[in-house]
Design a protein around this ligand. Structure first.
Ligand code: NAD
Length: 260
């Protein structure tokens, strides 16, 4: 039960992030949602969280490429609800290209959004967590924090970075009742995955069906996509007392991908 706690979830206007926000709200937490997208659609999701789960939800428009806006997002949670107890660094983008053609600005954006934003968020949230003597930091890593795939140089580098950041933060905060872990999903059917299909078709010269079956699900021994709700359920578990000794872990939920 997370009643009285506040969770900030970056990149929660879509996909896995939205599932985290809804799962924390269902467990009783107030939530700060964040991410890009259509203002009316975001407001609809925000209101739905409040009415379905009887908690409060506020929206932060912070751009994960801008450190000052990330700090503002943490402050918004602290001033609106009195604390930020749970921080989920989840915002992420993907780009698929051979390295020699990889656009420099895409590299910078992926490192910024998928890796550096977690540093900025943690840096801003930790003082309050330390003061209150409780905190949970969860980073959405990926199977790509453990293994690589061709044509995803920036993404794989950022996700390996997130795994290292997670371990470091866990060690620094180990005696403060603050845990820091990352969750590493395999392929989850979300807009992020759907959008990379055309580029993968181009990079590998394959049809859409071939990309889904021979590239995406080929990596996953169960031959099934992970669901956003399954990822969110693990995050809620990590916030409970039973998980207080899980810290610095990289928890795979990948249908067996990284066992192979
Ligand atoms: P998604 O595209 O559905 O959601 C991404 C979210 O990040 C959106 O809310 C988007 O608005 C937000 N975002 C993007 N750029 C932003 C910015 N500059 N500032 C603020 N928010 C920004 O993708 P998803 O699949 O739900 O991905 C969520 C996380 O899960 C990512 O870190 C991704 O790498 C990771 N992940 C996804 C999969 C998968 O198969 N879908 C697998 C492993 C890991």
């Amino acid at each position: 039960n997370l009643t009285g706690k506040t969770a900030v979830v970056t990149g929660s206007t879509s996909g896995i992030g939205l599932s985290y926000a809804r799962a924390f709200a269902k467990a009783g937490a107030n939530v700060v949602i964040n991410g890009m997208g259509d203002a009316d659609a975001i407001e609809k999701e925000r209101k739905a969280i409040e009415s379905e789960f009887a908690v409060k939800a506020v929206y932060s428009p912070a751009d994960m490429l801008k450190p000052a806006e990330i700090a503002e997002m943490i402050k918004l949670g602290e001033t609106t609800f009195g604390s930020v107890d749970i921080l989920v660094n989840n915002a992420g983008i993907q780009f698929v290209s051979p390295i020699e053609d990889f656009p420099i600005e895409k590299w910078d954006a992926i490192i910024g959004i998928n890796l550096s934003s977690a540093f900025h968020g943690i840096r801003a949230a930790v003082p309050g967590m330390k003061k209150r003597g409780w905190g949970r930091i969860i980073n959405t890593a990926s199977a790509h924090s453990l293994v690589a795939s061709p044509f995803k140089s920036a993404y794989v580098a950022a996700k390996h970075g997130i795994a290292g950041l997670t371990k470091t933060v866990a060690l620094e905060l180990a005696t403060h009742k603050i845990t820091c872990n990352c969750i590493s999903p395999g392929y989850v059917w979300t807009p992020l995955v759907e959008k990379q299909i055309p580029d993968t078709m181009k990079a590998r010269g394959l049809s859409k069906e071939q990309v889904i079956n021979d590239v995406l699900l080929a990596a996953q021994p169960t031959k099934q996509f992970v669901t956003p709700e399954q990822v969110a359920a693990l995050a809620v578990y990590l916030c409970g007392d039973d998980a207080s000794q899980i810290t610095g872990a990289n928890l795979s939920m990948d249908g067996g991908w990284t066992a192979a």
